[in-house]
Design a protein around this ligand. Structure first.
Ligand code: GAR
Length: 196
C-alpha cells in the first residue's frame, strides 16, 4: 500500500476527491494533509474525513524557501509518505525539494499544459478565444508546471463563459481526473490518461 500526503493551500476540493478515492482495492491510502495556509478550508474537510493534518505557515518563512521546505519535510517525515500530491498548493518549490521527490510528486494544474502555466489560466484561455480548456496532472520537476504529463481532461468553453464559470466546470473535471491518475500512478502506470 502506497502512503500519500496531500499538500493544499485552499479549499481542498481536490484533496477531498483524492482522499475519498483511496479505499477498497485502491493501491494507496491518504496519511496526511498539509496546508501552507493556517485555517485553509481544506483542513477542516480533512479533519472531518478523519485524516491527520498539519500546517506549515509559509508566511513565517518569508522569502526563505529552503526554511519553509525544511519545516515541510519535518511535518511529512513522521508519516513516511511514498507519494506527494499537490492539490491547490500555491507555493513554488526549490530544485532541491523537487529533486528529492522526483518521480514521487504530482500536481494538478487548471489548464491544458503546456498552455497557460502559472496563474489566471481561465482568464487567459478566454482572452485567447480558445474553444476548450481543461486540466492537467503532471509530475513535479524544477520547472514550474512543466513536468511529464500523467493525464488531461478537456472541457469545452461555452458562449458567455466567465473565468469563474469556466473554473467551476474545470474543477469538476479535476475531481474526475486527479483520482483516476493517482490510482494508476500508485500502481506504477505513468502512461498519460486522456479524459474527454
Ligand atoms: C484547483 O483548480 C487547482 O487546479 C488549482 O487551484 C485550485 C485548488 O482548488 N491549482 C493551481 O492553480 C496550481 N497552480 P481546491 O483547493 O478546491 O482543490
Amino acid at each position: 500500500m502506497k502512503r500519500v500526503a496531500i499538500l493544499i493551500s485552499g479549499s481542498g476540493s481536490n484533496m477531498v476527491a483524492l482522499a475519498g478515492s483511496m479505499t477498497g482495492d485502491h493501491p494507496a491510502r491518504p496519511v496526511l494533509v498539509v496546508s501552507s495556509v493556517p485555517g485553509a478550508g481544506g483542513l477542516a474537510k480533512a479533519e472531518a474525513m478523519g485524516l491527520a493534518t498539519a500546517t506549515v505557515d509559509h508566511r513565517r518563512f518569508g522569502a526563505d524557501r529552503a526554511g519553509f521546505e525544511a519545516a515541510l519535510g519535518a511535518a511529512l517525515a513522521p508519516h513516511a509518505p511514498d507519494i506527494l500530491c499537490l492539490a491547490g498548493f500555491m507555493r513554488i518549490l526549490t530544485p532541491a525539494f523537487t529533486a528529492h521527490w522526483a518521480g514521487r510528486m504530482l500536481n494538478i494544474h487548471p489548464s491544458l499544459l503546456p498552455k497557460y502555466p502559472g496563474l489566471h489560466t481561465h482568464a487567459r484561455a478566454l482572452a485567447a478565444g480558445d474553444a476548450e480548456a481543461g486540466c492537467t496532472v503532471h509530475e513535479v520537476t524544477a520547472d514550474l508546471d512543466a513536468g511529464p504529463v500523467l493525464g488531461q481532461a478537456r472541457v469545452p468553453i461555452m458562449a458567455g463563459d466567465t473565468p469563474d464559470s469556466l473554473a467551476s466546470r474545470v474543477l469538476e473535471a479535476e475531481h474526475r481526473l486527479y483520482p483516476a491518475v493517482l490510482r494508476r500512478f500508485a500502481a506504477g502506470d505513468r502512461t498519460p490518461l486522456h479524459l474527454p
